[in-house]
Design a protein around this ligand. Structure first.
Ligand code: CUA
Length: 340
């Protein structure tokens, strides 16, 4: 077996470090104004502190070098600070001034960034995000319509327009974090927190609950799709529509199963009698990327597996196992797949 090259660990470390600089869940690749501000302050702190650190190392190296040179000299070094060393005093004074200047600069910069992050944006899109163990409810309000848009685990935002997000929690404290768009903000039961995000780049990003909130905290993700404004309006117009009626015997049976079994007690499907509100609204379930808050990719087999054994896939979830025959399960999945 050949020995691994010495350069290998270094190259691996560099690759890992650089891999963190882009992607759909990183603050180092900002796709919105607020994340860009955080990125600026982060880089400023990195450069200022990095520069100071190198100066300290340089000074330490110089002091060691000087002590070694003195040891080689004839006269033994004086113990203690016996006489003034003008050069040393000057450099220490300079160093103290540099520290004061650097810290003051960083403090002022962080105040400026903080003020800009909390600034109210004109004409924002209003969105309500409610955290639950362990999924996200997303509601769009403020537009005249016969039906409010309610979805789950997927946040759509128009690029270039600020979104004012109201954050609530139904059970315990969670934290809303979409690293490419903004910093974190807690969702606290009995309180409304607000966060403004102004996405600039079209794309799909990944949000994640950032506060430990119980057994399935790690499976509490949120897809964020930033669209150009026309595509966003088209999406919203479609979401306002109620679910289409089933058109085949199997999907008809699937809807009967949904309404006849426990499903409709917890889930709502607009256009049907299913009006439960403790679980996610499923009116346009099939159009989402994932199910169970990012736990599984959305699709026929994942839906069937999830309905058949939710506790096996996400132990602790409030979704109960509903006893269904194979035919009923198949028909139910057929029906859910029509909810585009
Ligand atoms: Cu919700 Cu962690």
């Amino acid at each position: 077996m050949s020995r691994p090259s010495r350069a290998f660990p270094g190259a691996l470390l560099l690759a890992v470090a650089l891999a963190g600089c882009s992607g759909i869940q990183t603050p180092l690749d900002p796709a919105g104004d607020q994340a860009a501000l955080s990125d600026v302050i982060w880089r400023t702190m990195l450069w200022v502190c990095g520069f100071m650190y190198l100066l300290v190392l340089g000074f330490l190296g110089w002091a060691l070098w000087r002590a070694r040179r003195r040891r080689g000299a004839e006269a033994p070094p004086a113990v203690g600070h016996t006489q003034a060393e003008p050069a040393l005093e000057r450099s220490l004074t300079g160093w103290a001034a540099l520290i004061v200047l650097g810290l003051t600069g960083l403090t002022v910069a962080s105040f400026i960034v903080d003020a800009r992050l909390t600034r109210e944006a004109p004409n924002p899109l209003h969105v309500k995000v409610t955290a639950n163990q362990w999924w996200w409810e997303v509601e769009y309000s403020g537009q005249p319509s016969d039906r409010q848009v309610v979805t789950a685990n997927e946040l759509h935002l128009p690029a270039g327009r600020p979104a004012r997000i109201e954050l609530r929690a139904n059970d315990v404290i969670h934290s809303f974090w979409v690293p490419n768009l903004s910093g974190k903000e807690d969702l606290i039961p009995g309180r409304v927190n607000r966060l403004t995000v102004t996405p600039r780049r079209v794309g799909v990003f990944r949000g994640q609950c950032a506060e430990f909130c119980g057994l399935q905290h790690a499976k509490m993700a949120l897809d964020v799709e930033v669209q150009d404004p026309a595509a966003f309006e088209a999406w919203r117009a479609h979401q306002i529509q109620p679910a289409a009626d089933p058109g085949t015997p199997s999907t008809l049976l699937g809807r009967q199963v949904f309404l006849g079994k426990a499903c409709s007690l917890c889930h709502r499907i607009a256009g049907t009698d299913a009006g439960g509100v403790t679980g996610p609204d499923l009116t346009h379930l099939a159009a989402r990327r994932t199910i169970a808050a990012g736990t599984l990719p959305n699709g026929r087999s994942a839906l069937a597996a999830w309905i058949a054994d939710p506790q096996g896939i996400k132990p602790g979830t409030t979704m109960p196992r509903v006893t269904l025959t194979a035919k009923e399960l198949n028909a139910l999945v057929d029906y859910l797949e029509t909810l585009r």
